[in-house]
Write a protein that binds this ligand. Structure first.
Ligand code: CJB
Length: 841
């Protein structure tokens, strides 16, 4: 690492480089300085938002000091780095996390109190960074937290959307989408106007032989869009490491070609170019588990891949190493197929720009990339039409064809007479128009492919990627079961529980080594401990009840059983099964005598989640939930026995209130459809029980915590195909109890029955693809078991504590270490010295 500052002048730098605050007074001085100078506000007009800004800026300064040092340390160490390419990073709020990770939340709390503010109110001012849809994006955020905490030299690369996931409002029971402009004031990003990459689109490919007889391929003309880097610091917990998340923002190229337009008087069209360029990073596509094949989305993907790859290559080239060492220095993980073009782009850089031979380049490419698959749902598997790619990225299409040719030739050699196999594994689908199968390209261009939970990783090997197992053998495919960061999802979301756990096991070390939670097990019979445990759950329920009161305007009884399902609304996740179960319960209550009702366990059914704006069936489910709520919640026969709540605009910061408040949470996807699920882990880690199918990570959760501590129901994934077949060709009948629920809806109990017709006919007439009817009975019976179990509070708390004690496996730290060992081949950096220096100063 070189410096332009002469050696003898560096002392001055060292002397004056900022150290960052550590005491309350220092914090206050920093915060007030920012409020008065950076924000130009004063004591007389400092509202909570200004206090938030001042606090955030003070913490940001601190992070930046560590961030700079981390980057220097990582450059000096000159070790292999990991780059995590993800179109989504669902980070949520940053301030609380920063305060906890640097260990100065109490300092800030006292300091803010001195200045006249409550820390909770200040934290609540922050706008969520919601650059993601759901599980996939939140997983990326948990991974960044773990990579920093474990001191890996790892960067995230993504897009700096001006609009994150939309805000959801419910109007007359319907979802309405509001744009989420989140960049008004965002202290957590650093524009790096000096770090930019020009990215090319369209144009044509010129192939010729130069004077030395060499084949030259050049991609010419078209349109240039500039990618500018915005860096976001990612602090680790209890370590000086602050890693970097680099997000790219698009703008029209500032190159000659705009000036030409201005000069020739085409002012308007130059401005239009500008806007078209900015559109690329304008908005996150709001689909979860669905790909729509829109050109702008492909532009986003290439823009981000190209910028990231050129940035990575530029960094590698500074080291002056040989190209053959590239994959000793660089590992790139593809978060789903969205960044698959990075494979093609690296091959293009190496062959067309750096002059390497094809085979030499391809060896480098395939040893660099790893690909994570997150779904087996066919509608989510990306395919791009050949004409679209041809037009937008003509050179890339040629490279894709060449990759395919070489791959198919190698397959043919090994399986000479299997023509069908060649067709099945070809990157190109021979449809009209032809399509590029991105998952196949990702597999062929990577050295490892992983699923995100055991069942899912088995399923990809036996279903969608079966032929590739035949071609490559099973070792290319592996499993890394997902995890979650216990810092945000226990310590930050549930500080009292975290504190109680720490008091029992002697320290907060469990936040860095979650397996230490097993030290709780000896206390499962400790009366005092159980009482405190139950009190904390109750307090968290009171907090959620208050949130419901302020946002919905009615009260729910915190003593009732809180039953929660929060996640994206999707037919495969089966919120419809849940709401039909609620209606079933409602009908049962209505038909009971007052004596019978007295024996019931009161319940609050909480739903939350967004539907993709174009996903009509999902929106119908939201509508039904809201309409059921309107009727049930004011039915005097029901009273406190049942409440149905739809919480609007579910996001990360709301999850931090909701997750700690569950008694039971629902993870009830059709078996074989939910790749992993991660909120299941969050709920159990906070002492909630689960009702779930044998799907995704539910299976491993069961194995860890024990069958007696989870409520499983429903058909198994191996039976799904036969059941679906039976729906169409057998003597299929809808479950009679479910038919009663449908009759109740059709009577108009919840308003216009026509509004819900498609939901019913999907099950009755169109084959019930998600097996709602098949699982309805066992779902309802299991809910009854839950009521019984809940009556024995002492046994319930025992289950709760036991489960938490056995959740150590599900930390994203374990997960990241597995990726590092088995896929990336990277080692953490040693920060002991830095820690010591810090302890001394
Ligand atoms: N997932 O959130 C998404 N979006 C997709 O497009 C595909 C999958 C989810 O990824 C999570 C993280 O791996 C999984 O836990 C979840 O099951 C899956 O649906």
């Amino acid at each position: 690492v070189e410096s332009s500052i002469p050696e003898h002048m560096r002392e001055a730098w060292k002397k004056f480089s900022p150290k960052g605050f550590t005491t309350k007074d220092e914090f206050e001085s920093e915060a007030v300085k920012h409020i008065e100078t950076t924000l130009a506000r004063s004591l007389f007009n400092c509202d909570e938002l200004a206090a938030y800004s001042g606090t955030a800026l003070a913490f940001r300064d601190r992070l930046i000091i560590d961030w700079n040092k981390t980057q220097q340390r990582q450059s000096f160490a000159d070790q292999k780095r990991l780059y995590y390419l993800s179109l989504e990073f669902l980070m949520g709020r940053a301030l609380d996390n920063a305060m906890l990770n640097v260990g100065l939340k109490n300092v800030a709390k006292d300091g803010l109190a001195d200045l006249g503010f409550r820390i909770e109110d200040i934290i609540a001012q922050e706008h969520d960074a919601a650059l993601g849809n759901g599980g996939l994006g939140r997983l990326a955020a948990c991974f960044l937290d773990s990579m920093a905490t474990l001191n890996y030299a790892a960067w995230g690369y993504g897009l700096r959307y001006r609009y994150g996931i939309f805000k959801q409002e419910i109007q007359d029971g319907y979802q309405v989408e509001i744009p989420d402009y989140w960049l008004d004031f965002n202290p957590w990003e650093f524009p790096r106007h000096d770090v930019s990459v020009d990215v090319q689109f369209y144009g044509w490919v010129n192939k010729y032989t130069n004077d030395e007889g060499k084949q030259i391929v050049s991609w010419q003309d078209g349109e240039i869009v500039t990618a500018t880097a915005y860096d976001v610091p990612v602090p680790g917990y209890g370590t000086p490491t602050v890693n970097n998340l680099r997000l790219w923002s698009s703008k029209a190229s500032s190159g000659e070609f705009d000036f030409a337009k201005f000069n020739s008087g085409e002012y308007e069209s130059a401005v239009a170019d500008e806007q078209r360029a900015e559109t690329i990073s304008a908005v996150l596509y709001p689909n979860d588990n669905l790909e729509r094949g829109k050109e702008l989305r492909l532009k986003q993907q290439y823009f981000w891949c190209a910028a990231s790859l050129h940035d990575i290559v530029r960094r590698f080239k500074k080291s002056k190493r040989k190209w053959s060492e590239f994959s000793d220095q660089v590992a790139i993980q593809l978060n789903d197929t969205h960044p698959t073009l990075a494979i093609v782009e690296l091959q293009r850089i190496l062959v067309d720009m750096e002059g390497l031979g094809w085979d030499e380049a391809w060896t480098i490419v395939t040893s660099t990339f790893g690909y994570t698959n997150h779904t087996v749902l066919p509608e989510a598997l990306e395919k791009w039409s050949v004409p679209l790619i041809q037009n937008l990225l003509p050179r890339h299409l040629q490279i894709i064809y060449e990759i395919n040719l070489q791959f198919l030739q190698s397959v043919e050699k090994r399986f000479p007479k299997d023509r069908d196999l060649l067709g099945r594994v070809s990157i190109i689908e021979e449809s009209q128009p032809k399509m590029v199968r991105m998952a196949y390209l990702a597999i062929i261009g990577s050295h490892k492919v992983n699923g995100v939970a055991e069942l899912h990783s088995d399923l990809i090997k036996t279903t969608i990627f079966k032929d590739f197992v035949k071609v490559y053998g099973p070792d290319k495919f592996t499993n890394v079961t997902n995890g979650i960061t216990p810092r945000r999802w226990l310590h930050q979301a549930n500080p009292r529980l975290s504190e109680l756990i720490a008091s029992k096991i002697g320290s907060y070390e469990f936040l860095k080594d979650l397996t230490l939670l097993n030290k709780l097990e000896p206390f499962v019979d400790d009366k005092e401990f159980k009482k405190e445990w139950a009190e904390i759950k109750y307090a968290n329920k009171v907090r959620l009840a208050q949130h419901i009161q302020t946002t919905k305007g009615y009260s729910v009884n915190p003593k009732a059983l809180f039953d929660i399902q929060v996640k994206r609304i999707h037919e495969y996740k089966r919120q419809q099964l849940n709401i039909f179960g609620v209606i079933h319960r409602y009908m049962a209550i209505k038909s009971m005598s007052p004596e019978e009702r007295k024996k019931l366990v009161p319940r609050v059914s909480v739903f939350g989640g967004k539907a993709a704006p174009g996903y009509w069936m999902a929106k119908t489910i939201i509508h039904l939930i809201n309409k059921v709520g309107e009727v049930v919640n004011k039915d005097p026969d029901v009273g406190d026995l049942l409440k149905v709540v739809f919480l609007e605009d579910y996001n990360v910061s709301k999850a931090e209130i909701i997750v700690p408040a569950s008694d039971i949470s629902e993870h009830i996807s059709t078996a074989g459809t939910e790749a992993s699920g991660t909120s299941n882990m969050k709920f159990v880690l906070n002492g909630g029980m689960i009702i779930g199918t044998l799907d995704g990570a539910n299976i491993e959760i069961t194995r860890e915590i024990g069958e007696q501590n989870i409520f499983l129901f429903g058909n198994l994934s191996e039976d799904v195909e036969d059941l679906r077949h039976h729906h169409f060709y057998g003597d299929y009948k809808v479950n009679p109890e479910l038919v009663k629920v449908f009759d109740c809806i059709k009577k108009g109990t919840f308003g216009d029955e026509g509004a819900f017709g498609a939901l019913i006919s999907g099950i009755v007439e169109h084959g019930d693809y998600y097996l709602v009817s098949d699982d309805f009975n066992s779902y309802c019976q299991t809910q009854d078991l839950i009521d019984e179990a809940y009556k024995d509070q002492d046994a319930w708390v025992t289950k709760s504590i036991t489960s938490v004690a056995r959740m150590g496996f599900f930390t994203s730290d374990r997960c990241i270490n597995e990726y590092a060992d088995t896929i990336w081949n990277i080692e953490p950096l040693d920060v002991a010295e830095e820690k010591e220096v810090r302890a001394r100063t």
